[in-house]
Design a protein around this ligand. Structure first.
Ligand code: KDG
Ligand code: MG
Length: 402
């Protein structure tokens, strides 16, 4: 089965997505997600100008060899742009293989390890009462795991909290939004948020929180220690993870579980964190970490150290990634949880999908491949609309980690 075409589709049904479509001489096609929020066209060009021409004539079923060819063959290894492009090819080829075998992807991977995939939703509020209302709504919808984010008094804007009504979307059209940050105000406030959740709802739901890389290691240690009574499922990205050894300091002080890795794109980014058991959940995801072929490798390595998966699943990864991730999650033995932020309605129309949601649990469906396709005619109605992620500055103007 030979690859005869590979095209990149850029569309903005509610937000920007990049999709790779690979076609074979047997009339089977597969698609892969290549979305890198705020830098979409860099991946589109990497694919169009450098990768797609190399795919023509290759055997579509040689997935591992194609992965190695694109990784080692570029000479310039790793990096989010390269690894997202490789991931898109990989996802599309697994989709093709599933369709050729007439099997859902999770069966090709080794079959279901569980009945369904536990997902966590986002409860966000401008203040504690609003955040608690959103939390209550999630409980009513059946969520077993809920992430909570909340505005901090006296701080202009906070990661994860929508400005108006509706879904949280960090990217802004046209220009870069400047947010402000004070670790002192945040650290004094956020334990009160978790206390309010546990007081009102008890301990029956898994409680998650994203620090979004904002603290230093010693501040993160203080946070983890101070919130131990509220038994978080995880505190996510407590500090930037370039310096993996920095997590030792956090571990020395707290038993609050740690999740890291949504910005990772290779097993090498996670190596020390996993090997030294400095984290509990690895957040690397299919689209940014080299696709199914590479995420399998990361998950198997993590399983040696009892680190479980908690794949990134924001609305800026397309429904294609979501579909493929659910197959991966249903199979992966050391599964922890899957993030599910939801998608704008227009995006769900552009990407017809086999996955389903029922009371906090998701299933990828039984369609062959990963079960997600693209309606190209509809996609063409939503042209690319440039948007940027915000930056954060300390109150004195110093540029900080967003
Ligand atoms: O594009 C950036 C988002 O994907 C990121 O801010 C979302 O941190 C995130 C999360 O945990 O979903
Ligand atoms: Mg995050």
């Amino acid at each position: 089965m030979k690859i005869i075409r590979a095209d990149v589709i850029v569309t903005c049904p509610g937000r920007n997505f990049v999709t790779l479509k690979v076609e074979t001489d047997e009339g089977i096609h597969g698609i892969g997600d290549a979305t890198l929020n705020g830098r979409e066209l860099a991946v589109a060009s990497y694919l169009k100008d450098h990768v797609c021409p190399l795919l023509i004539g290759r055997d579509a079923s040689r997935i591992e060899d194609t992965w190695q060819f694109l990784y080692k063959g570029a000479y310039w290894r790793r990096g989010p742009v390269t690894m997202t492009a490789i991931a898109a090819v990989d996802m599309a080829l697994w989709d093709i293989l599933g369709k050729a075998a007439n099997m859902p992807l999770y069966k090709l991977l080794g079959g279901a390890s569980r009945e369904g995939v536990m997902v966590y939703g986002h409860a966000t509020g401008r203040d504690i009462p609003e955040a608690l209302d959103r939390y209550a709504e999630h409980i009513e919808e059946g969520y077993k795991a809920i992430r909570i984010q909340c505005g901090v008094p006296d701080m202009r804007s906070v990661y994860g909290v929508s400005k108006g009504e509706g879904m949280y979307e960090p990217a802004t059209k046209g220009s870069v939004e400047e947010q402000s940050w004070s670790s002192e105000k945040y650290l004094d406030f956020v334990p009160k948020l978790f206390e309010a959740v546990r007081d009102k709802f008890g301990f029956d739901t898994h409680l998650l929180h994203d620090v979004h890389h904002r603290l230093t290691p010693i501040e993160a240690a203080r946070l983890g220690k101070s919130v131990e009574p509220y038994r978080l499922f995880w505190m996510e990205d407590p500090t930037p993870a370039e310096n993996q050894a920095g997590f030792r300091l956090i571990r020395e002080h707290t038993v609050t579980p740690i999740a890291v890795g949504e910005v990772f794109n290779s097993i090498w980014d996670c190596k020390q964190l996993i090997e030294e058991q400095l984290i509990d959940y690895i957040r690397a995801t299919l689209t940014h970490a080299g696709g199914i072929t590479h995420l399998k490798r990361i998950a198997d390595f993590a399983s040696l150290y009892q680190v479980r998966t908690g794949c990134h699943g924001p609305s800026d990864l397309s429904p294609v990634c979501m579909g493929a991730a659910l197959h991966f999650d249903l199979w992966v033995p050391n599964f922890g949880v899957q993030e599910y932020m939801g998608f704008p309605d227009e995006a769900l129309d552009v990407f017809p999908h086999a996955w389903s949601f029922d009371r906090g649990m998701m299933h990828p469906g039984e369609a062959p491949g990963h079960g997600v396709d693209i309606d190209e005619k509809l996609a063409a109605k939503y042209p690319y609309d440039p948007a940027y992620l915000p930056v954060a500055r300390l109150e004195d103007g110093t540029l900080w980690n967003w």
